[in-house]
Write a protein that binds this ligand. Structure first.
Ligand SMILES: C[S@@+](CC[C@H](N)C(=O)[O-])C[C@H]1O[C@@H](n2cnc3c(N)ncnc32)[C@H](O)[C@@H]1O
Length: 319
């Protein structure tokens, strides 16, 4: 029952009482009603000011992403004129904050003959999907939330990468198995460091990855991703590829992006899962991948946007 109606009922009940008690009770009820009204108007003012903050943040992110879009399109034109034969950028795949949408197509970053690197790469373009009744999730025997385009991009980046790989968020080993298989297919001598905080998922991941191609190349770590990255920075380790997929919140993603600056070797790639997930649009949800990447990498002249594939955004450390 609404508070006002309950108060009116109480006033009705009080009128049946002796006059002195009735007066005392009515005074008290008046006092409580005034207090409630004051609290209600404070609450409404707070909600109005929160709505203002949310609106301002929305404008800020659509403006910064629009400015960025102009910048990358200009620099892309310059790169095409220069006739670069290095890795391929797809700046036109950029999405503005207000246009975030779920899945983009796979397009190659490296130059190779045909649409796929090899048969194992092609497999991810036609593998079964629908895992856990989620239409886009690939179904290759390990639980996880990767689309075909995500899997194709991870395989390709690992296949061609010329250094160690760092993965944040092992879960049950789906992306780990794809990265390891690509390293193995490329006869790479490099390793993959993967980190997670969930002990039981990690046990499953070790089992899942162990007997798959390249499984012996994975080093499993059970520790918070930010702390793990700090340790690697302390050891002066460098990586050719970093896959960020541990937590979709702003703080965790921002910390990972900032630390990637120190951990990537020049020419290395960092790829963020969930970047174009529409949940990032809700500024009150815990999704903050898009905003964290914009805040960390876009002001940094050493990083260049390479493209969006599946749910992932790819950036390269250019110097
Ligand atoms: C989306 S899943 C990773 C999926 C995996 N990359 C795949 O494709 O199969 C996210 C994982 O990150 C882990 N995680 C969450 N917060 C973390 C943190 N602060 N440090 C390390 N791992 C974290 C979770 O336990 C979870 O297993």
């Amino acid at each position: 029952m609404p508070v006002k109606k309950r108060l009116a009922n109480l006033v009705g009940k009080a009128s049946a009482l002796p006059a002195r008690i009735r007066r005392l009770i009515l005074e008290r009820l008046d006092f409580e009603r005034a207090k409630l009204e004051a609290e209600n108007s404070i609450l409404q003012a707070k909600v109005a000011s929160l709505a203002g903050v949310v609106g301002e943040l929305g404008v800020r992110y659509s403006e910064s992403s629009r400015e960025y879009e102009d910048k990358i399109l200009k620099s892309h034109a310059a790169a095409s004129l220069a006739g670069s034969d290095g890795p391929i950028r797809h700046p036109d795949s950029w999405v503005n904050f207000s246009d975030l949408s779920r899945i983009r197509d796979y397009k190659p970053t490296y130059r190779f003959d045909g649409p796929f690197v090899n048969g194992n790469h092609k497999f991810y373009s036609e593998c079964p999907t629908g895992l856990m009744d989620i239409g886009f999730c690939i179904n290759v025997g390990i639980d996880g939330f990767l689309s075909r385009a995500d899997a194709l991009k991870l395989y390709e980046l690992a296949y061609f990468c010329e250094g160690e790989i760092l993965e944040l968020g092992t879960h049950k080993g789906l992306s780990t198995s794809i990265l390891c298989q690509a390293l193995s297919d490329a006869r790479s001598r490099h390793f993959l460091e993967t980190v997670d905080i969930d002990e039981s998922a990690n046990r499953e991941a070790r089992k899942n990855v162990k007997n798959r191609p390249g499984g012996q190349l994975a080093r499993f770590n059970l520790i918070d991703a930010t702390r793990f990255m700090d340790g690697l920075i302390g050891q002066n380790r460098k990586f050719a590829l970093i896959f960020v997929d541990h937590w979709h919140g702003y703080q965790a993603t921002y910390e990972a992006a900032q630390r990637s600056k120190k951990l990537l070797a020049p020419g290395g790639f960092v790829i963020f899962h969930d970047f174009n997930d529409p949940s990032n649009l809700d500024l009150q949800s815990d999704y903050g991948v898009y905003r964290a990447v914009i805040d960390s990498l876009i002001p940094d002249k050493d990083f260049e946007f390479y493209g969006i594939y599946g749910c992932c955004a790819l950036f390269r450390k250019i110097s």
